[in-house]
Design a protein around this ligand. Structure first.
Ligand SMILES: [Zn+2]
Length: 252
């Protein structure tokens, strides 16, 4: 095998049509982080990649360096490892997968490996497509909190983001997206008031792992409150809303 060919596992974060017959992929790999690759003839020949280049798929890819594309890999081969067929069962699952993969795509720099992020995607994608998962939205919010934290923009949850006082349990809490999370009343509170159940659920999502959260049931109104607070926080970080949040709002 030539030295400049890499074989690795990769999640498809996005595919964009390019020229008449090609497709440009945004991939997330364990060893290289987020990368771009061009899949030549992906659109003109269905057989070329055997239908493997679908959103959310986990692939084993063989990558080379394309001539004239220093920043982009050339996709030589793609084998489907997991297409996550369980996603197709409902729109909530697809919407949640879109939300998390889009956040990873928007927040991670290119060619900057973060194995934690790859492992998180692996766990999230298998849970979000598993029939046994009870709360798809709770799982997605929990994954979103992890992605933000791995990217250095953790949401302030356990303590007031201004004075550091621990947030009391079973109490309403103010949330300020501009100041990065929960802000206590003496520090001025914030524009979003989370009910006690939402504040408790947010604490759980920060502390418990994805698989534990996926088995819990949450009240829809509680999840909506958290979803709205985290979305505003994310918009603040990105300077614009995510496209998949429009999709989820429409599904709602
Ligand atoms: Zn405070």
């Amino acid at each position: 095998m030539s030295q400049n060919i890499k074989v690795t596992r990769a999640f498809i974060l996005r595919t964009v049509d390019y020229r008449d017959s090609d497709r440009i992929l945004t991939l997330f790999t364990r060893e290289m982080g987020k990368i771009s690759a061009i899949a030549r003839w992906a659109r003109s020949s269905k057989k070329r990649f055997g239908g493997a280049l679908e959103p959310f798929a986990l692939l084993e890819v063989s990558l080379g360096r394309g001539r004239g594309h220093e920043k982009m890999f050339l996709l030589n081969e793609a084998l489907l490892v997991d297409s996550h067929p369980g996603l197709a069962t409902d729109l909530d699952r697809i919407g949640s997968a879109a939300l998390v993969t889009e956040l990873v795509r928007e927040l991670t720099p290119e060619n900057d490996p973060d194995p934690r992020m790859f492992d998180l995607l692996r766990e999230f994608m298998s849970l979000v497509s598993a029939p046994k998962t009870v709360s798809v939205k709770g799982l997605a919010l929990c994954a979103k909190l992890r992605v933000l934290a791995f990217c250095g923009v953790a949401v302030g949850i356990g303590c007031c983001t201004t004075c550091g006082t621990p947030v009391p349990r079973n109490k309403k809490a103010y949330f300020d997206p501009h100041r990065g999370g929960i802000v206590c009343t003496p520090c001025g509170g914030g524009p979003i008031l989370l009910c006690a159940d939402a504040a408790n659920a947010l604490t759980l999502m920060e502390k418990r792992d994805l698989s534990a959260i996926s088995t819990m049931t949450f009240d829809d109104a509680v999840l909506d409150e958290i979803y709205s607070a985290i979305s505003k926080f994310t918009e603040q970080q990105l300077d614009h809303p995510l496209r998949s949040s429009f999709f989820l709002d429409q599904v709602k």
